[in-house]
Design a protein around this ligand. Structure first.
Ligand SMILES: [Zn+2]
Length: 131
């Protein structure tokens, strides 16, 4: 777990928003770059003027891995890298599609679901619904 014991750092703010069902990323007031993972300083220009904004939620699968797991452990699951329209890359999971059909280039939409440990997490589904 990240963020534990870090006070009100940006990781904690991000997790607290997720716990309320809100997915937001940071945007730099200095250069306008979107920032993820949550940071204190903009990696593009060094400004500390980072605010929170709601992204479009739309993205494209950049890469995917299928993690094999026994059925009694919950079965196979996927791990993806998604490029959001805002230009940031996230590690996540895509629900609502067969792992065999999940491929780079798939257009996806973010929602707040549950991570592998049941914690609130940003998860994706195919744009246009399950297929
Ligand atoms: Zn910046």
């Amino acid at each position: 777990m990240t963020g534990i014991g870090k006070g009100s750092g940006p990781d904690v703010v991000f997790a607290a928003k997720l716990a309320e069902g809100v997915f937001e990323i940071q945007k730099c007031g200095g250069c306008g770059a979107h920032v993820f993972h949550p940071r204190v300083i903009c990696p593009a220009c060094g400004s500390a003027d980072l605010g929170w904004v709601a992204p479009s939620g739309r993205g494209t699968v950049h890469a995917r891995t299928i993690v094999r797991r026994k059925p009694d452990k919950g079965g196979d699951y996927n791990v993806v890298l998604v490029d959001l329209e805002e230009g940031v890359r996230m590690m996540s999971r895509v629900d609502g599609i067969d792992n065999d059909r999940l491929a780079a280039g798939l257009k996806v939409t973010a929602f707040v679901g549950k991570g592998a440990g049941g914690e609130p997490a940003v998860v994706f589904r195919p744009q246009g619904g399950a297929r």
